[in-house]
Ligand binder design. Structure first.
Ligand code: FES
Length: 600
């Protein structure tokens, strides 16, 4: 882990008069009198801010975000770094997106956070920003907004929490929740033991420490070049996390002077680096939706097909749960992301620029693996390839996703009769019924769980195994939905089926008893029903009533895109001009900051 900042600032440097904030503070008119007098009202002398980069410290802290409880302290450390470097830090609280608490799903509000971030940066006097996130959707939400605004931007990852512990056993976020919940339902553990797990599974600040969406997105963000090198691996409560927060504050000030913006960093190749990182860590399937959305904000057409292409050549090297054995704390001690990227060798493009002011290759140079069971050598991978797989077929014309490394391997090729639930309530009511006509060869289908229909595409995709099958010892079976799945989950769950059933995708047409074929090696998902019959069913299909009648939800259901396009709002994407196949050149987003209306 690098503990010092590279020192090759990119000329030319701005003058104080070229700062965006100069329009608020520097000019001599009635408006700027108001800006200066009200800044004085807050106790600041002009020497605190005049001629200095004004840095937004965009903070997703709240008393309900258990993963970000340390952000109250970290924001002070970021501000310390900004002051040290000659900037003027301003904390800006934004929507918190607390994964464990927010309903119906934080995914419904990811785009809300993105819009809030963009509008906040646009409407105030900021020259640059530090984004403080980590809990699942906070990372993509913050990135999407900041990329659209295109001010100098650096990301501060929350860091993983410490390993869970119960009765001498190590517990992993989510993964062990699902595992022991199944054990409880099967009568293998007691209620008292279940309560012990409840109090021991999340025992420090920080995001989920399995390879869930949080770890997936923070490590991907580091590989994209938007985080100081090594930062995403550091546990939240490690003192080095606080040190890096201060370094992040220092660095953003320099980025403002050298005008280093997301559009100077993000390229099709840097997104390939991010995708390869996710695949090598058997990261969350959610990364597909989020990285596609983030890329499209940068004008880069990252496709689900590109994920599949890279999956075919990328070995899984990080031995992390749920696909592997260890947790993020172990990953840090084993050398962290920098060591993993070194081991990936030519699969990573080290020429890509990063927020450190150095290239990714320079950032990771010299990193070593200290535990070759946690971070495997390429000669001894956890899995040879296919950290994720993208399926297509008549059941998912625009694609679906599965995580082959985290499922029972005998299900990679499977065929069985559908057992259909028309929505989540239907499934909850019937799944454990003794009368349910289901065997372990059946294929469980959940409809109306996608971006519009659920609403917000919640993480319902790890559909429960019926209790009567659990009691028979069944622990995995083929399950299909248009929902997402927590990255901490596992199982033969086909996810993100697009187009979703709520808008009339083929998933809406499946009936009990229809035969479904899953062929992961062949990347195929097929509904064994004739085209004529499907056409007749489509003719008879009636669009359901949309879930929202007021508020943000109305905007969501009118404008959210399907999973293969990242579930962003159609009016927020940049025109996509760059292929996701590796090519040179920077992001198509405006190379200057976003056009703004004249500011008075
Ligand atoms: Fe916050 Fe998992 S609950 S990252």
């Amino acid at each position: 882990m690098s503990s010092t900042l590279p020192s090759n600032p990119r000329p030319p440097r701005k003058t104080p008069e070229q700062l965006r904030s100069y329009r608020w503070y520097g000019v001599n008119d009635l408006r700027s009198f108001g800006h200066r007098s009200r800044t004085a009202q807050m106790g600041y002398h002009p020497s605190d801010y005049m001629g200095k980069p004004v840095i937004a410290v965009v903070n997703t802290w709240s008393e309900l975000n258990s993963c970000h409880t340390h952000f109250k302290q970290r924001v002070e450390e970021v501000k310390r770094g900004v002051w040290q470097a000659g900037g003027f830090p301003v904390e800006m609280p934004v929507m918190t997106l607390a994964e464990p608490f927010q309903k119906p799903t934080t995914m419904l509000y990811r785009n809300f956070l993105a819009m809030e971030t963009e509008e906040l940066l646009k409407s105030y006097q900021f020259d640059g920003c530090v984004l403080m996130g980590g809990c699942d959707k906070t990372t993509p939400g913050l990135l999407m907004g900041a990329i659209s605004m295109n001010l100098p931007t650096i990301f501060l990852p929350a860091g993983p929490m410490l390993r869970g512990n119960w009765n001498g056993r190590t517990l992993g976020s989510g993964s062990d929740t699902w595992k022991y919940w199944a054990e409880l339902r099967a009568g293998k553990i007691t209620e008292e033991e279940w309560k012990g797990i409840e109090s021991g599974i999340a025992r420090s600040p920080g995001h989920c420490m399995t390879m869930g969406t949080a770890s997936t997105m923070t490590t991907a963000t580091e590989s994209l070049g938007l985080t100081l090198p090594g930062f995403s691996s550091i546990p939240a409560v490690d003192s080095r996390h606080a040190q890096f927060a201060s370094l992040t504050g220092q660095r953003i000030v320099e980025m403002v002077w050298t005008d280093q913006k997301p559009s100077d960093i993000l390229t099709a190749k840097s997104f390939d680096n991010a995708v390869t990182t996710v695949l090598s860590m058997s990261g969350s399937t959610n990364a597909i939706v989020h990285l596609v959305a983030v890329a499209r904000r940068a004008g880069i057409d990252l496709t689900t097909a590109r994920f599949d292409e890279l999956a075919r050549i990328t070995p899984v090297l990080a031995n992390l749960r749920p696909a592997g054995k260890y947790l993020m704390e172990d990953f840090f001690y084993a050398g962290g992301l920098r060591a993993l990227l070194v081991e990936l060798g030519s699969l990573i493009d080290g020429t890509q620029m990063t927020v450190s002011g150095a290239t990714l290759g320079e950032n990771i140079a010299g990193a070593e693996i200290f535990d070759e069971d946690v971070i495997r050598k390429r000669a001894n991978p956890v899995v040879e390839r296919d950290g994720l797989a993208v399926l297509t077929g008549n059941l998912a014309p625009d694609g679906a996703v599965i995580k082959p490394a985290a499922m029972e391997q005998h299900l990679l090729k499977a065929r069985g009769p559908a057992v259909v639930f028309k929505d989540y309530a239907d499934m909850a009511a019937r799944i454990d019924s003794e009368d349910l006509d289901i065997t372990e060869q059946s294929v469980i289908v959940l409809q109306h769980a996608g971006p519009v229909g659920a609403p917000g595409m919640p993480e319902w995709g790890q559909l429960p195994i019926p209790q009567k099958l659990l009691k028979q010892g069944v622990r995995d079976m083929v399950r299909i939905s248009d929902a997402r799945m927590s990255g901490t989950s596992y199982g033969a769950c086909v996810l993100h089926v697009a187009p979703e059933s709520f808008v009339g995708g083929p998933l809406a047409l499946v009936k009990d008893g229809d035969m479904i074929e899953l062929d992961v090696p062949g990347r195929r998902l097929h509904l064994d029903v004739s085209d004529e019959e499907l056409a007749a069913r489509k003719q008879a299909w009636k669009a359901p009533k949309r879930p929202f009648e007021r508020g943000f939800g109305v905007m969501h259901q009118l404008h959210v895109t399907q999973a293969n396009k990242g579930c962003d709002f159609d009016f927020l994407e940049e025109p996509v001009t760059k292929s996701s196949e590796a090519e040179t050149g920077t992001a198509a987003a405006a190379s200057a900051q976003r056009d703004e209306p004249e500011i008075h």
